[in-house]
Design a binder for this molecule. Structure first.
Ligand SMILES: Cc1ncc(COP(=O)(O)O)c(C=O)c1O
Length: 346
């Protein structure tokens, strides 16, 4: 049986518009390190998109974006609070601590990959602020969409930012799937970020049709001043920046980023609708972006694997499915049929 690809949005193709943008950018000579016209245009365009003057720093990976954004807002003796499932806590190999020169990742309670504002307030209040023996609360990391496929509403982001502000902390959003969240909420990028108290954003591109770049978008000019030094020290400033900027420009132009995200979101919702009422199948988190977390008995999960459905297993009876912008109707129909066929296997 041909493989059905649901491992990651990283497994998808790049959008043809971005490939074309690279080809178009491949003309003549221009200054490196962001001194080129396309990078200037990128700043203007994202400032318009976010309705705020922003500084944009294209970086090769989401991990780089997160770790360096946090390094710029934290200190070697600081703590950054996040959900237990947050990518910086589970999957980035201590990059935040490494680039933050000791900055400690500190999970606080929440559901569906979110942070609970009350738990956050309690954790910061009890952290021992001002005591030399304790690390010092400095930043919050919100993942949007979350690592469980849920989406923070604007008011949920605002509630967390208010806790952060009350304690003098900075708010970072890991927006590896920011497009998916904006597409779901139908809000503006501004409403979901700086207007809701976010200071700095990891702006995902690669997972949603990009090929080699994400970006750090900084809303607070004091943070932006330090960013370049952190990036250069980490070897994360593209020298041929025009090719990164060209990609991101094409990504946001004519709402391409939202169209791509709507495609993967719609696919995830179609799968959720196709399997959620089946006996033996349980969705363990709301499907609000392009990821599904599914529980079935272990034999049923084994059977899906034998039938060449590709996904990441998170436990004997738990697995994650991720839709790409280019997931097809046929793949969705085949997956639903296989789940239905195997769900009661014991
Ligand atoms: C929520 C989230 N943040 C950050 C990343 C890191 O991206 P990269 O693998 O490009 O470093 C990922 C990748 O899976 C992710 O899912």
């Amino acid at each position: 049986m041909a493989a059905l690809e649901f491992r990651s949005d990283n497994c998808g193709r790049a959008a043809p518009e971005l490939i074309q943008a690279l080809v178009s950018a491949n003309e003549g000579s221009v200054l490196g390190y962001g001194g080129d016209e396309l990078t200037k245009q990128l700043h203007a365009h994202l400032s318009e998109l976010f309705e705020h003057p922003v500084k944009v720093f294209p970086v090769p990976t989401g991990t780089g974006a997160n770790a360096l954004a946090l390094a710029a807002v934290g200190s070697p003796f600081g703590a950054v609070y996040c959900s237990p499932e947050a990518h910086i806590n589970t999957s980035e190999c201590n990059a935040t601590s490494f680039f933050g020169s000791g900055l400690k990742v500190t999970p606080v309670h929440g559901v569906d990959g979110k942070i609970d504002p009350l738990a956050l307030d309690a954790a910061i209040s009890n952290a021992g602020k001002g005591q030399a023996h304790k690390n010092q609360p400095e930043a919050i990391n919100l993942v949007q969409a979350t690592d469980m496929g849920a989406v923070y509403s604007v008011s949920e982001v605002t509630a967390i930012s208010q806790v952060a502000r009350a304690h003098g902390l900075t708010v970072h959003m890991d927006g590896a799937r920011f497009a998916n969240a904006v597409a779901t909420l139908g809000c503006t990028p501004a409403e979901l970020t700086w207007k809701a108290g976010v200071d700095i954003l990891s702006f995902g591109v690669t997972k949603n049709g990009g090929l080699l770049t994400d970006a750090i978008v900084v809303f607070n000019p004091d943070i932006a001043k330090k960013m370049g030094f952190h990036l250069r020290r980490a070897g994360m400033i593209w020298s041929k920046m025009r090719f990164a900027s060209a990609q991101i420009l094409a990504y946001v132009q004519d709402d391409l980023w939202l169209r791509l995200a709507r495609q993967s979101n719609t696919s995830a919702l179609a799968i959720a609708n196709g399997i959620k009422n089946l006996e033996g199948v349980k969705l363990i988190a709301p499907v609000q972006a392009n990821e599904l977390f599914v529980e079935m008995n272990p034999k049923a999960v084994d059977a899906l694997i034998s039938d060449n459905v590709l996904f990441y297993r998170r436990g004997p009876n738990l697995f994650r499915l991720v839709c790409r912008w280019d997931t097809t109707q046929d793949e969705i129909a085949q997956l639903i049929a296989l789940v239905d066929r195997h769900r009661l296997k014991r």
